[in-house]
Ligand binder design. Structure first.
Ligand code: NAD
Length: 268
């Protein structure tokens, strides 16, 4: 149990004991998904990890040596049947699912630099299929295994969904689509009491961010020009994820929460 805040008259806690969380997108210890996994486990959740391929499983195995009876499931989200199979398998092992974290993105390296106008049709489709479309089957198949009380789905975005960040290119389009999906899925899932939200995070050093041309400039600008005058930490993303995955945010859905030192409010 963490996040304990008490006053004379009231007490709020974040206790995810008995909750089952499914986290997509751990590649290594730097992954945002790993930071979220750590905080969800500290809050008491039982976390199943969904990895892309055997190579990444070997990396994850090194991170979870102290886990008891880990549930690890392979799933490349480019096939809907893989997503269905992953949720079926996790549900057989752990029962009802309460929380799903979708922390996945991919684009060809050549589409993360140069001129956006030069993006190939194939590269465009690939980036949007993996980074945006995949939230639909993840939500659909997760919902089938969520309890009648509902659940939480969280995805990861970036401010390039709203403004131009040179070099982010096709991934900006993918994030704009993703944020639109969050709103539409929130509407679809609302009657099931399943909430769907996104975090729009400031730049943090990960395997994926390092391949973006212009990443260093983005990080420097955020540190120099954001209201807080610094870059965010990966733990700050995880803390907001914990809030969005808990009952403390029970009235919040279809929302994109910026965790970016306030950079998005600036005009210059
Ligand atoms: P990361 O490289 O650690 O994670 C990306 C994950 O996507 C990897 O685990 C990879 O296996 C997974 N993935 C890619 N293609 C897949 C596929 N076909 N099937 C299944 N999984 C697949 O990098 P990260 O920075 O932690 O990225 C996580 C999310 O956060 C992404 O959506 C990214 O756009 C977003 N984000 C990152 C930053 C940043 O600065 N790092 C900022 C804002 C948003």
């Amino acid at each position: 149990m963490i996040g304990h805040l008490s006053t004379m008259r009231c007490m709020y806690t974040i206790d995810l004991t008995d909750k089952v969380a499914v986290v997509f997108g751990v590649a290594n210890h730097r992954s945002i998904a790993w930071s979220i996994t750590s905080i969800l486990r500290k809050a008491g959740a039982n976390v199943a990890l969904v990895y892309q391929n055997e190579r990444l499983k070997r990396s994850i195995d090194k991170l979870i040596t102290d886990w008891e009876d880990p549930v690890l499931v392979e799933c490349d989200v480019s096939e809907d049947s893989n997503v269905k199979r992953a949720f079926d398998e996790i549900s057989i092992r752990l029962g009802k699912i309460d929380i799903v974290v979708h922390s996945i993105a991919f684009a060809n390296r050549e589409d993360l630099g140069g001129r956006f106008v030069d993006t190939s049709r194939e590269g465009f489709n690939l980036a949007l299929e993996i980074s945006s479309y995949s939230l639909l089957p993840v939500t659909k198949y997760a919902a089938m295994h969520m309890s009648p009380e509902g659940g939480n789905i969280l995805t990861m975005s970036f401010q390039a969904a709203e403004k131009v960040f040179p070099g982010y290119n096709v991934m900006s389009t993918a994030k704009a689509a993703l944020e639109s999906e969050v709103r539409q899925l929130a509407h679809d899932m609302g009657p099931l009491n399943i909430r769907v939200n996104a975090i729009s995070a400031g730049p943090v050093d990960t395997l994926s961010s390092r391949v973006i041309a212009g990443y260093s400039a983005m990080k420097k600008a955020a540190a120099e020009r954001s209201p807080l005058g610094r870059n965010i930490t990966i733990e700050e993303i995880a803390q907001t994820a914990l809030y969005l995955c808990s009952d403390l945010s029970s009235g919040v859905t279809g929302e994109v929460v910026h965790v970016d030192s306030g950079y998005h409010v600036m005009g210059i």
